[in-house]
Design a protein around this ligand. Structure first.
Ligand SMILES: Nc1ncnc2c1ncn2[C@@H]1O[C@H](COP(=O)(O)OP(=O)(O)OP(=O)(O)O)[C@@H](O)[C@H]1O
Ligand SMILES: [Mg+2]
Length: 329
């Protein structure tokens, strides 16, 4: 059963087309990811899906309700965590949750029960009475997530939930989301971390310049790339220009340096492994390790969007600088 249906969704900001006729469905209980580089239209899309922004054209239905026509009813069924959502700093974690519960007119007893439950699951119950201003970014995010779930909604929307967090907080939040999804909550998240989409999502929609360019499970997306394999080799020492030499081998489409390893993209790994041994011998190099790898979701993403995660990282930094400038000092 489809819990979210998006049909021909389009959004213009003035003359600028930010979301370009996208259509997709999210099934009940699914962990769904919207993946794309900076400026792809992820935030615009999630804001429309949650009723915070009106589309220029197209429709969105959440649990059968049109989000433009029934925003109040839709909001009862969803939890939303925007990129910038934050708890009130001068209040404690507990007070923030009580406040969030009051916005949904929840009875005191129910609010308290749900708050205790969530804070325990998120590992911050012991710190519930501390003011949030003492909390790290990761801990604040956990409070924000608890606030969005206080009314136990069947669908949770998150815009880049782990961006800018330390590794441990990010892992904790992913683990929490996974458990929440196992219990039956449908989760829709946006991310530009390919790895995050790969490990969490049942299905991933990839958008670029407002257009939907692929939608499938991570494994199916990887399989579209299956004619390509990767041979990863490391030698006892590095010789300048060795990557170029290896790139000339038959069936090798490109080579890349990965730390002390070199990756060769090829359709025929077994032949290539033999050729690498020959080159190593003539150059007096010893092979330390050699492995054949299946393409990752990132390889597929690169193929589809023409962007590597390094490009994404750079775009992310530029994006953050721009946002800082817009906000001003
Ligand atoms: N209020 C606005 N007015 C004009 N243009 C906007 C507005 N909001 C977003 N845009 C533009 O629309 C495009 C999509 O923006 P959006 O924030 O949806 O992308 P995103 O995928 O969420 O990017 P990011 O990874 O940086 O969060 C961008 O080119 C952005 O500059
Ligand atoms: Mg965004």
């Amino acid at each position: 059963m489809n819990i979210i249906s998006v049909e021909n969704l389009t959004k213009y900001y003035g003359d600028f087309l930010a979301v370009d006729h996208i259509s997709f469905e999210v099934r009940k209980g699914e962990f769904f990811g919207l993946l794309g580089p900076n400026g792809a239209g992820k935030t615009t899309t999630i804001r429309i899906l949650t009723g915070l922004l009106k589309p220029t054209s197209g429709t969105v239905h959440v649990m059968g309700m049109d989000v433009v026509k029934n925003p109040v009813d839709v909001k009862k069924q969803i939890g939303v965590i925007s990129e910038t959502a934050n708890p009130y700093l001068e209040m404690s974690a507990w007070e923030n949750l009580m406040f969030a519960g009051s916005l949904h007119s929840m009875p005191k007893e129910e609010r308290e029960k749900q708050a205790e439950n969530l804070l325990k699951l998120l590992g911050i119950y012991d710190r519930r009475d501390e003011k949030v201003e003492n909390f790290s970014k990761g801990l604040r995010k956990r409070v924000t997530i608890a606030m969005a779930l206080i009314h136990d909604p069947p669908i949770l929307f998150l815009d880049e939930p782990t961006v800018g967090l330390d590794v441990q907080s990010a892992r904790m939040i992913r683990e929490f989301l996974r458990r929440l999804n196992e219990r039956g909550t449908t989760i829709f998240l946006t991310t530009h971390y390919i790895e995050e989409a790969d490990i969490l999502c049942d299905r991933v929609a990839i958008i670029k310049n407002g257009k939907l360019i692929a939608l499938d499970s991570p494994e199916n997306l990887k399989a579209t790339n299956k004619e390509e394999k990767i041979v990863e080799v490391s030698f006892n020492k590095h010789i300048t220009g060795i990557e170029k030499e290896l790139a000339k081998l038959p069936t090798v489409s490109k080579t890349e340096k990965f730390g002390d390893k070199i990756r060769l993209y090829t359709s025929n790994p077994s032949v290539i492994i033999g050729e690498i041994s020959k080159i190593a011998e003539t150059k007096n190099l010893r092979i330390i390790s050699i492995n054949t790898l299946a393409p990752t979701l990132e390889d597929t993403f690169v193929k589809l969007t023409g962007l590597s995660s390094l490009d994404m990282e750079r775009m992310e930094q530029i994006g953050r600088l721009k946002k800082m400038k817009m906000k001003g000092p």
